[in-house]
Design a protein. Sequence first.
Length: 100
Amino acid sequence: MPSLKDKLDALNKKYAANAGSRVAEIEACLEAYIAGSSDTDLEALYRKAHALAGTAKTFGLPEMSVTAKKLELEARTVENAHGVEKLLPLMDELKKLIPS
């Protein structure tokens, strides 16, 4: 029977394996916002970034958590499509943190 530590390790690995899809969802929201400047897309971006910030640290990805939080907070300050340039480097940084 697996120990609690083994079960937690398995959960962390499963989360890490799916982290790329979570980041891709955030990137899709950013791309949609850039293409159409819909507040709905921007709101989806910061909700998804907020969720990633909260869960990534729990599952052993603290750097991803910090970067996702930065992205969330910056996204909340964007007022129009011209403000997204400050989100692009954070998105790039977040993509680099996806576990391989």
